[in-house]
Design a binder for this molecule. Structure first.
Ligand code: GDG
Length: 470
């Protein structure tokens, strides 16, 4: 097998398996932001991507797709249950999101996590050319940097963490807290969404491992008694802004936005939430605030509708099964108490939609509600801003989402404070067009300048520099 100079390692390959109507099968690019961000680098370097194809128990040889070499890693049904649904999504995810749900610490899950991380590291080691660069993505693969460095000390290794890194008081609950820190420190550059996440990581390293840190540098001891410097720094991720602008400027999508308003009965104001159905996103808090505003008589169902897209997610993990029941009960209650025959308070859609439909929804929404209780970045906030080519609309944004660091002219809110959330939603509903324009223009400037290509460029530049200096 020819080895690549640049290799991405992520839990998922950037493609989905499809079966056509005539029974033949094939692959289709999955529309993630990471794929778009890395496409130029992958093409120019003839890069490779190591990841799981998304189905259990399939064994596939590496294959080429759209100019990228894809290297499938096999996961058995048991691996999916223990490593992915268990340790990744029922231990690390809740722990790193400030224990909004209780993390479960199970030794068999950890054992599977180690085993699967070893498999990914071995596949990456095989796929990468002498002196090449590997970029590891996210919390499912925190042990890969160290394992890879041990196998291939010639490589330059980067890691990007898409979710928050918690304060030490919480992180220290993790029975394997030391192994995870050591795993991450195998990278030359460890990227985080927010300055605060990088700070929490450095503090954990000082407290747990007693390594010295200075600004963004961490002094890591090597086996031979020497030291190297690993960089732990914020690189806030973004979206492919231009593609959202292009969609939002299309006449058919603008017409679809008008049609959506029409089909909702032309309410004076449309509020919108778009989230994976996840307990970190604060969906219930937003519904509670909205329901109370109606009950208080401050808004009426004739005038204001909340559209909530909650795309299905992690449907086999217990906490998500319970969350879905709670949210659906809340929707039914708010609607049952407040609907008229002609108008619904909440239009709840437990479905995924094509990107075109999402942009039409963004254009139709007077107010976007992003009320995450904790979120690494939150790309939905940036997508809404990018889509508002008319410089209209108001963004209510949780201060606990990474995006709040950059989108300073949003209406920032603490979603736990239901009283403040209600006031902020009303303020957004009543915001005069001139103020909408002033705030939106400032936010648009940010997402146009800092798009996802700029993000990957700045990470890879830092990675190249770090290797030179070490
Ligand atoms: C993690 C971190 C961080 C959702 N429903 C549909 C749909 N989506 C798209 C959105 C957006 C993406 O999924 C969700 O991204 P978020 O950033 O909002 O949240 P997570 O999935 O939790 O992502 C997060 C991110 O990684 C990147 O680092 O920002 O903090 O948790 O792009 O538009 N897209 C379509 N139909 C849907 O129904 N087409």
């Amino acid at each position: 097998m020819t080895r690549a100079e640049f290799v991405v390692v992520a839990n998922r390959l950037p493609v989905d398996h499809i079966v056509n109507a005539d029974g033949t099968d094939g692959w289709r690019p999955s529309p993630g932001g990471l794929v778009t961000a890395l496409e130029p680098v992958m093409r120019s370097t003839h890069g490779a991507w190591v990841g799981w194809p998304g189905q259990a128990d399939v064994e596939l040889e590496p294959f080429d797709f759209d100019g990228t070499r894809l290297v499938p890693v096999t996961l058995t049904a048991e691996d999916v249950e223990l490593y992915y649904e268990g340790f990744s999504n029922d231990t690390i995810w809740p722990l790193y999101h400030d224990v909004i749900a209780a993390p479960r610490y199970r030794r068999v899950w950890w054992d599977a996590y180690v085993r699967v991380n070893e498999r990914f590291a071995a596949a990456a080691a095989d796929a990468t050319a002498e002196g090449g660069t590997v970029w590891v993505q996210d919390y499912q693969l925190q042990l890969v940097p160290k394992l890879l460095r041990e196998a291939r000390p010639d490589l330059t290794i980067g890691y990007f963490h898409h979710i928050p890194f918690p304060a030490y008081g919480l992180y220290s609950q993790l029975p394997w807290r030391r192994q995870v820190l050591e795993g991450l420190l195998g990278a030359d550059v460890i990227g985080f969404q927010r300055v605060a996440d990088a700070g929490n990581f450095a503090r954990a390293v000082r407290r747990q491992l007693r390594y010295e840190t200075k600004a963004t540098g961490i002094r890591v001891p090597e086996a031979d008694g020497s030291f190297r410097t690993a960089l732990a720094k914020a690189f806030p991720i973004s979206i492919d802004t231009a593609s959202y602008v292009e969609l939002a400027e299309r006449a058919d999508i603008q017409a679809r936005a008008a049609e959506i308003r029409e089909s909702l009965g032309n309410p004076k104001k449309i509020l919108l939430g778009v989230d994976r159905l996840d307990y970190t996103k604060g969906i219930r808090h937003r519904m509670k605030a909205f329901g109370e505003l109606i009950e208080d008589g401050r808004i009426s169902v004739e005038d204001v509708t909340l559209v909530q897209v909650a795309s299905p997610s992690r449907e086999r993990v217990q906490a998500y099964i319970e969350l879905r029941d709670e949210i659906e009960l809340t929707v039914t209650r708010v609607n049952g108490d407040n609907d008229t025959l002609g108008h619904s308070a909440i239009r709840y859609l437990h479905q995924g939609f094509p990107r075109e439909e999402m942009v039409a929804l963004y254009l139709a929404a007077d107010v976007m509600l992003v009320t995450a209780l904790r979120d690494g970045m939150n790309l939905v906030a940036k997508e809404y801003v990018a889509s508002r080519v008319d410089n209209r609309g108001a963004l209510v944004l949780s201060e606990f989402a990474g995006a709040a660091d950059e989108l300073g002219t949003s209406l920032r809110v603490n979603p736990h404070d239901i009283g403040a959330l209600k006031d902020t939603i009303l303020r957004a509903i009543d915001m005069p067009p001139a103020e909408q324009g002033r705030r939106m223009r400032a936010m648009r400037k940010k997402v146009i300048e800092n798009d996802v290509a700029a993000w990957s460029r700045s990470f890879l530049t830092a990675l190249a520099a770090a290797k030179e200096n070490s």
